[in-house]
Design a protein around this ligand. Sequence first.
Ligand SMILES: Cc1cc2nc3c(=O)[nH]c(=O)nc-3n(C[C@H](O)[C@H](O)[C@H](O)COP(=O)(O)O)c2cc1C
Length: 443
Amino acid sequence: MTNRQIHLGLLAQPQGDHPAGWLKSRAPLDAATDIDYYRSVAQLAEQGLFDLFFIADTPATRTDNLHVHSRNPEYNNRFEPITLLSAIAGATHHIGLGATASTSFYEPYNIARLFASLDHISHGRAGWNIVTSANDYAARNYGLDKLPPHDERYVKAHEFYKLVESLWDTWEDDAFVYDRESVTYYDPAKYHVTEHEGKYFKLFGGLNIRRTPQGRPVIIQAGSSETGKNFAAETAEVVFASDPTLAAGKKFYADLKGRLAQFGRSPDDLKILAGLSVMVGESEAEAQEKYQELQRLIHPDVGIMRLSADLETDLSKLPLDEPVPVSMIPAKANFHQSYFNMIAEMIRAQKLTLRQLYAAYERGKVTLCGTPVSIADHMMEWMESDAADGFMMSFHVVPDDLSDFITKVVPELQRRGVYRKAYSGNTLREHLGLTRPANRHSR
Ligand SMILES: Cc1cc2nc3c(=O)[nH]c(=O)nc-3n(C[C@H](O)[C@H](O)[C@H](O)COP(=O)(O)O)c2cc1C
């Protein structure tokens, strides 16, 4: 038995991550813009001793097929994530606070500044999920007709990241002396300008905030294409994995960890969190029934729309109860390669009808219906098999499924000695067992 500690992140969706979750949720109907409610969910996750509370994002509404999108709360009504986390920081004390921000639509200076501020505001709990974005709705809000090609977005992301990292090292840790006697606020020798002219960005300047409690906020990433994995191996400290089976999870884990050495990093410098949703019951049958009840509530418009978006083709004209033809799979993906490949694989291998396919398709995670014991067994199996360092949890119906997990599964994990009984550190880096990076300019 391993005693390796499980790390847990929460992918926070106000009423739940399931396409029909909001229909069953006890959260306020306007939960998406209710800051008091959001704070209560973060506090609940903190009671469950989670490492990370995480907000996914895309800076766009859906602008077409509104009769379909209007059945789904996911995209068109939401807080800006860094503003939201700044408000949550004041209502929590330990839990890490991570948000997505896209390298396709920000300037590096904005990101460096926003996350440095969040790290100070939260006393060292900030994490930045670097994405390149994966829809044209967002592109059209930023002067483009469509997203640049997939691999080119990663080239830009790399240049972007290097600049942000450099800006976070503008000030050495002890630069600010605040010495009234000598009338010296900071030591100018410990200030370092970033000067850069590259393919996408030109910058000359320093960050106008002192070095942050964590040195640099934690870097998160979730791409699983070849380019995505290489980028993660060089830069990421947390990776959200989305493999559906233990065999695939082990392969991804070994592959990604194996790429770290070429960047002078060790396997422990990056934590892989596998996507997981759970339904807890007194018996597996009861949990399964709860899940199936929810699955039956998926509106076909929503199910088909989610599939069509990730397969990058319109499936809405197909009959619901006939197998999806292999010929519907486009030659190539430009948005999320991992999601695209997952759907394509399901169509090829499983010959599911459209209705079965949208119910079976889980975006970036696995759903486990079980008892606290069987769920803990599953989590330990992934840890012991080197398929994960922890789990990126999302819950179908929030707050109830999150609360069930915390009151029923967490104690089982604690009893087995694989999950903390109290926070032992204060920063997100400390929770995850990541070292605080030295400033590149410090001697
Ligand atoms: C748990 C999780 C959260 C994610 N959050 C976001 C997000 O907030 N915004 C976004 O544009 N992409 C998000 N993604 C998608 C990935 O960041 C990535 O863009 C996608 O997998 C495509 O990369 P790839 O083609 O390299 O696989 C998320 C993925 C996972 C598994």
